[in-house]
Structure formats: C-alpha cells, structure tokens
Design a protein around this ligand. Structure first.
Ligand code: ADP
Length: 279
C-alpha cells in the first residue's frame, strides 16, 4: 500500500515537475500514464527514494519516505529507464550479484536467480554475456532481478520503451509474474491497458484521474473513435486530424466516407481533456 501525500517537486532550474499530488495505490499493478514531461519519472524517482521531493511525503507499506528511506530501500526494487546490466558478466552472474548486494547468501541467491531466470525465459541464455543479449532480453534480466529479490514493491520506469512487439509481450508476462506491488510508468496506452489493475493519468505535474481501465473508460460505452480530415461537430483536433466519438452502430457510414475507425483506448481520455499525446 502506497499513500502519496501532497508531493511536489521543483527542480533547481525552477521547473515545477510535480505540483502537489496525492493518491493511494492499493492494487497489484498500477500504471502511471501521460505524455513526455508529465512528471511520471520524477514521481517514480521520488517514490523509490532516489530523489527528494520539494514538499510532501509518502507512506510505502507504512514507512515514511522522508523519515524511513532506509527501511523503504529494503523492501523495494527500482528499475530506471536507462538501466543497462553490467556488460561483461553473464545474465546469471548479474542477477546473483544483485541479490548478494541485497544481502542474500550464496546458495540462496543461486536458487532464487535460477527460479527467476527460468520464469522470464532467460534460463537457456544464462551464461551469455549481457552485452550479447538483445534489448528485450536485457530488460528481462532486470525483471528477473526484481522477481528474484522478492521485493514488496517494484518500480519500473518505461519498462518496454523501444522494444519490439514480441519482447514487449514477454516483458508483460514477466511483470505479471512479480509477487509484489508493481508501479510502472509508460507512454504506451495499450501497455497500461493490457497490464494494469489501476491507471493513474498525469499531465503537467498533476493527477487527472485514477481508476481501473473499465472505470476510466465508462463514459465511452458503446462508442468508437472516428479519425479523419473532415471537421465534424464536437470533434477534437489532434495534430492535423479531427477525432470524434460516435455510436459504434454508425461506424459503417464513416468507413464509407474514408474515415478511420478505432476502438476506444486510454489515449481517448487525454484527447477529451485536450491533451495531445503526440506533441
Ligand atoms: P515524464 O517522465 O512524464 O516524461 P519527467 O518527470 O521526466 O516527466 O519530467 C517532468 C518535467 O520536469 C519536465 O518538464 C522535465 O523537463 C523536467 N525535468 C526532469 N528532470 C529534470 C531535471 N533534472 N532538472 C530540471 N528539469 C527536469
């Protein structure tokens, strides 16, 4: 259970990355979504004790972020966006080394590493140098460390950015296998949709909404999204395209007019709020 209490962050150059956010996280997998610059990474770095907030605090499994950061570090794992495993050791040694650093004994680390590497599908590559692994496999090494560490809370910053679709699906399954509570950031709406029990929508350092995908998309029941060049009534302009929402039973008419029809996704929530995710 994580309780965020009015956290704000102003960087040294005056940029306000977080403007006072409060919420609680009690589900198994929670995704924080929003466009670049929304404040997702800043929030994750603060909650994982890597960055001090300007004000506010949070409770992570009852430990206070400001007063008990050391206690929090024992129960969390954090995988930053730019994380790369040490290049010239094997995947298996990397996981074991990480576990030793967390205080696992040698045989305990060996057993936990094996279990985790098998679970993420890396066992047959365990002796390969991490430098020789694909981008997706390198990320999986980190998911394996998170899995093996048996942490209560796991923070993953953009775990699949830049990966091919197959690696992404593999990472999703590995994430689902984690025992602890997972908080991840992503700008892939379909990722949040596929993985999360709860979604937190952010924009400009604020929380726009929080809820399950179904709760958040309730207002779109029975609708589809129409995209085209034609300006329609009640249309939202996204770049040079107009987006509107119509009864799905009327979709055929729009297809005949050369418009593109798409199922409703989480990005439609941003469009309705005038947030252009592409810009
Ligand atoms: P996101 O992860 O949603 O892309 P970030 O948390 O990285 O958002 O950034 C939020 C805002 O804070 C952006 O305006 C970004 O430029 C700014 N920012 C991030 N890191 C720093 C930093 N170290 N110094 C100054 N500004 C920063």
């Amino acid at each position: 259970m994580i309780e965020v209490k009015d956290i704000s962050k102003r960087y040294g150059d005056g940029t306000v990355a977080l403007g006072g956010v409060s919420f609680s996280i009690d589900k198994k997998i929670t995704s924080i979504i929003g466009k670049n610059g929304a404040g997702k990474t800043t929030l994750l770095r603060i909650l994982s004790t890597q960055l001090a907030p300007s004000s506010g605090t949070a409770l992570i499994n009852s430990h206070d972020l400001i007063k008990n950061a050391d206690e929090i570090r024992k129960i969390i794992v954090s995988v930053p966006q730019e994380a790369k495993p040490i290049q010239y050791i094997s995947a298996s040694d990397f996981v074991r080394m990480y576990l030793s650093a967390r205080g696992f004994g040698i045989s305990e680390a060996k057993a936990a590493a094996e279990k985790a590497l098998r679970k993420v599908g890396l066992w047959e590559f365990r002796d390969k140098l991490t430098a020789e692994l694909s981008g997706g496999m390198k990320r999986k090494v980190f998911v394996a460390t998170a899995l093996a560490s048996d942490a209560d809370v796991i923070f993953l910053d953009e775990p699949t950015t830049g990966l091919d679709p197959f690696s992404r699906i593999e990472i999703w399954h590995a994430i689902k296998a984690l025992r602890g509570q997972v908080i991840l950031t992503t700008h892939y709406m379909e990722e949040a949709q596929a993985l999360s029990d709860d979604v937190i929508m952010m924009d400009r350092g604020k929380i726009l909404s929080k809820g399950s995908v179904n709760e958040l998309l309730k207002g779109f029941d029975g609708l589809v999204r129409v995209e085209g060049r034609k300006r329609r009534k009640m249309a939202y302009k996204v770049g040079d395209v107009y987006v509107s929402y119509v009864d799905r039973r009327k979709a055929a008419k729009f297809i005949n007019e050369g418009e593109i029809i798409r199922p409703i996704m989480l990005d439609d929530l941003f469009i309705k709020r005038g947030v252009n995710l592409e810009s």
